[in-house]
Write a protein that binds this ligand. Structure first.
Ligand code: ACO
Length: 330
């Protein structure tokens, strides 16, 4: 790590974990439900199959499993955790937060805990929040976990959305480090003007009296989101690199949000990165919102596609609209 400048205290990811439910839903399964085909889904999205939570599982169940795996790899005991951030748009309940269940089940007795809603950008938003507390010296250990059961929000009559989403969770443990590695920079953004491009209209304080189940389904203007996504992914990672004093040629590996294989390919092309410097899991899991990049990070580490010392970027965009990127030395 001699190429790294030591600039004091940073947050470093010292362990990751992921969990996806066992049940698989294939493209062929969708052919029986809506007017679609395996060929269309593969060609237009890159998705082959996605996971489905068991009926008894809620988002916290997935998160707890992912968190336990991350804690085990990081060798962190529950009582060492100072803060738990749960990124989710499919919380177990309206009240309490999903983070509360996670804190209880992990017996993380010294942690405070809250949920963070930023859709697919949630994992990066959460890393940014957690790392602030570490950089200031206030805390030493933060658990960031993104978890999603998007299948509970799917309209199985809308072929434009129902094939896209999957269930899963990914976690990372942040810990203070002073050796020059860790999270170097973040670019974070939001544009509420795009709020209606991707939404679930049902809620609490804006219930219209119409409690039709349609309020509880994801609706999306896919084309508009697609155009925004390609631009946002490139811009955001470039900004994060600039903030770190780096260039795209310094990047050893990029973990992009997994919403559509064509968006990933377009982003890599615009950044001049070859496919082997990136990772794809949308073929196996579909779009798991914020959990997509968290699971991809864990799998890339497990498969040793990335190693300590590597310069790694994570970039995502999602409902809100939101976007974010971070750059780290592993
Ligand atoms: N099977 C077959 N045909 C389909 C399907 C399907 N599953 N879905 C749509 N089509 C049809 C449409 O009805 C349309 O038919 P028409 O021409 O007769 O009207 C045709 O295919 C083309 O539709 P488009 O919407 O233009 O297809 P496109 O190539 O844009 O692909 C998609 C749609 C996959 C949704 C794409 O736009 C996309 O990936 N957008 C980005 C989505 C995204 O990033 N979302 C992030 C959400 S993450 C979060 O925050 C939770």
């Amino acid at each position: 790590m001699s190429h790294m400048k030591n600039e004091g205290r940073r947050a470093r990811i010292i362990g990751t974990g992921s969990y996806v439910p066992e049940r698989i839903m294939t493209n062929q399964d969708f052919e029986k439900i809506v007017d679609t085909s395996d060929e269309w889904i593969r060609a237009r999205t890159g998705i082959v199959e996605r996971r489905r939570a068991a009926d008894w599982q809620a988002s916290s169940d997935l998160a707890i499993e992912a968190a336990r795996r991350a804690m085990s790899k990081a060798n962190v005991a529950p009582e060492e955790i100072d803060l738990i951030i749960c990124g989710t748009i499919t919380p177990d309940r309206m009240l309490p937060s999903t983070a509360s269940y996670i804190q209880r089940e992990l017996k993380a007795v010294n942690a405070w805990a809250f949920d963070l809603a930023a859709a697919c950008s949630g994992f990066i938003y959460g890393l940014a929040v957690g790392s602030q507390f570490i950089e200031t010296g206030r805390y030493r250990t933060v658990l960031m976990v993104s978890t999603e059961i998007l299948s509970r929000l799917i309209d199985y009559t809308d072929r434009g959305t129902c094939v896209l989403f999957g269930d899963g969770a990914g976690a990372a443990i942040l810990r203070t480090c002073e050796d020059g590695s860790g999270l170097l920079s973040f670019d974070l953004g939001a544009d509420g003007n795009g709020a209606d491009l991707l939404d679930v209209s049902g809620g609490v304080s804006r219930l219209t009296g119409d409690t039709e189940s349609a309020q509880h389904h994801i609706r999306m203007q896919g084309n508009e989101v697609f155009k925004f996504a390609v631009r946002a992914m490139e811009d955001s990672i470039e900004k994060a690199l600039r903030l770190a004093g780096l260039d795209k040629s310094d990047l050893d590996f990029l973990i992009p949000h997994q919403a559509n294989l064509r968006i990933i390919q377009a982003t890599l092309k615009r950044l001049g990165l070859p496919p082997e410097k990136s990772v794809v899991n949308i073929d196996r899991y579909g779009n798991m919102s914020g959990a997509s990049v968290a699971v991809a990070l864990d799998e890339a580490l497990e498969q040793k596609l990335i190693q300590p010392g590597d310069c790694v970027g994570i970039v995502a965009f999602g409902g809100g609209l939101t976007w974010g990127a971070c750059v780290m030395y592993l």
